[in-house]
Design a protein around this ligand. Structure first.
Ligand code: GLC
Length: 536
């Protein structure tokens, strides 16, 4: 193996591996059944040893937790369930000492209905400056009994709620998440101050929640079919907001990753122009089925759309909103779509796991940065959370047909023995979401002893990716390959082959087999749903 490369200090985000921590489910330091920052601090050595460059924390701020903390009541305070601001500062410093950066999550589209701004807006009444920070409107109909427009919610149902004085307010998500008015100078100033608050505390980057939804058409018109400009998705006004944010980030050398769900490549790339966001999540890759022609097309489109703006691609298979990878790949429909989620979908977890292992090598060999969702390195499946334990508003707002997103948020298994697979420390306090039977089979301690486990595969892959020239940022070239096989070359003779077909594929002549996602067959061929890294 080549000599280890020195750690990168500049533009580290161009090819970083970023691990998403969902603090409520990561590790429970105080044993109350709910994960916390003490739990994360105790497990920082695990994350450093895994070999990730940065941690992205879903919101840890003070919140009533109606939407898993995406309903923020105070950006400058850590929720007491997670710990204190002092602990967050210590965590950032301790991670940095281990060479791991911290990214926080900012939710600019909306705040909690318990935030002082919204409480003040309710008290102050119609026409007040306090209401101007939100989208309050009189209703339609004779008595104002109808909502001001026809916008559907991102979480199904209505986007308007009426307050006792008769006015309505806009919320693209739940009623507990009122949308902010981004035409208001105080809204803009406040968010720039919040960015500074966290950059001053040493965070290296910010994930921007619902980044393409902030700007609304001024008069909040109904949807008009056939009109190109959407009243609240991807409006041109957003780019000024992000240019201002970029100026703040540049003062601190910090990076952004935007949650931008936009299938249109050209519109997506606008967010990644040199004076806007550094990166954005690649949802076209996440939603793509396990199918070579489709995946190759998404990879090509991704690289083509990023190249003109000079931004690196990101590769994402999973996060706290979507079905876990091993489950999705073990189903008949291997694509992800919020609209088609149902209870009781038949799943072949062995098949899904083989594919997820191959997908890990595919993803980690592509040029750009990679996001890993906690538990992905353990090959955790999506849990089917019993209906009576579901907390996710997406489930309730669908009228109970959508299982919601709790199935990927179940607390992690750390040890084979001990309360709740080592997530907790106290038998009396069951985790906030129940762990399915057999969860301890996925425990970190058990997988650490098994060279063929998902965890061992990730550890090895991340080590090789970090220490071998040819991975990370840089060029990639497709190589000729049989039907059903994707093969591509990276610099320095690194090659990646993924076999999607049932037919074993011959490997090209090579100097070294760096890593395989599963055993080769007796003839040294690459079996189906298996990937290898070679040096030729
Ligand atoms: C984003 C988050 C999701 C949250 C929503 C509203 O999509 O990833 O978890 O529910 O925004 O803030």
């Amino acid at each position: 193996m080549a000599a280890p490369l020195p750690p990168r200090t500049d533009d580290w985000w161009r090819d970083a591996v970023i691990y998403q921590v969902y603090p409520r489910s990561f590790a429970d330091g105080d044993g109350d059944g709910s994960g916390d920052l003490a739990g994360v601090r105790a497990r920082l050595p695990y994350l450093a040893e895994l070999g990730v460059d940065a941690l992205w924390f879903t919101p840890w701020y003070a919140s009533p937790m109606v939407d898993g903390g995406y309903d923020v009541a105070d950006y400058r305070a850590v929720d007491p369930a997670f710990g204190t601001l002092d602990e967050a500062e210590k965590l950032i410093a301790e991670a940095a000492a281990l060479g791991v950066r911290v990214i926080v999550d900012i939710v600019p589209n909306h705040i909690s209905d318990q935030h002082p701004w919204f409480r003040a807006a309710l008290d102050a009444g119609p026409g007040s400056p306090e209401r101007a920070r939100f989208h309050f409107r009189p209703g339609r109909g004779e008595q104002g009994e109808l909502p001001p427009n026809d916008w559907p919610s991102e979480f199904s149902g209505t986007t308007w709620t009426r307050v006792p004085d008769g006015e309505w307010y806009l919320h693209l998500f739940t009623p507990e998440q009122p949308d902010l008015n981004w035409d208001h100078p105080e809204v803009r100033q406040e968010h720039e101050d919040i960015l500074r608050f966290w950059f001053e505390r040493g965070v290296a980057g910010v994930r921007i929640d619902s980044a393409a939804l902030l700007a609304k058409a001024p008069d909040l018109p109904d949807f008009e079919k056939g009109v190109d400009v959407h009243p609240y998705v991807d409006r041109d006004e957003l780019h000024d907001i992000y240019r201002a944010w970029r100026a703040v980030a540049d003062e601190y050398g910090a990076m952004f990753v935007g949650e931008v769900w936009l299938p249109d490549a050209e519109r997506f790339a606008r967010y990644l122009r040199p004076d806007e966001l550094h990166t954005a999540f690649n949802f076209n890759f996440l939603t793509c089925p396990w199918e070579p022609v489709r995946l190759r097309a998404v990879i090509d489109a991704t690289l083509a759309e990023h190249a003109p703006v000079g931004a690196p691609a990101t590769w994402v298979l999973c996060n706290h909103d979507v079905t876990r990878t091993v489950t999705r790949y073990g189903r008949e429909d291997t694509a992800f779509d919020f609209a088609t989620k149902t209870f009781g979908t038949p799943t072949d977890l062995d098949l899904g796991t083989r594919r997820a292992r191959a997908a890990a090598l595919l993803t980690l060999a592509l040029p750009g940065s990679v996001y890993l969702f906690q538990g992905e390195e353990l090959g955790l499946p999506e849990a089917e959370v019993p209906r009576e334990r579901i907390l996710d508003p997406m489930h309730f707002r669908s009228g109970g047909t959508d299982p919601g997103r709790d199935g990927c948020r179940v607390p992690l298994p750390w040890t084979q023995d001990g309360p709740y697979a080592g997530f907790g420390t106290d038998e009396r306090n069951e985790p906030w979401l129940p762990q399915p039977a057999g969860w301890s089979a996925y425990a970190v301690d058990r997988q650490s002893l098994d060279a063929s486990s998902m965890l061992s595969l990730y550890r090895e892959a991340l080590l090789i990716r970090r220490t071998t020239r040819g991975f990370g940022d840089g060029a990639m070239t497709w190589l000729p390959a049989p039907d059903g096989v994707l093969a591509f070359a990276r610099p320095q003779g690194v090659q990646c082959l993924v076999n999607f077909s049932a037919r074993p594929a011959a490997l090209p002549a090579h100097r070294e087999l760096l890593l395989a996602s599963g055993p080769l067959d007796d003839g040294g061929h690459l079996p189906g749903d298996t990937a290898v890294w070679l040096r030729v």
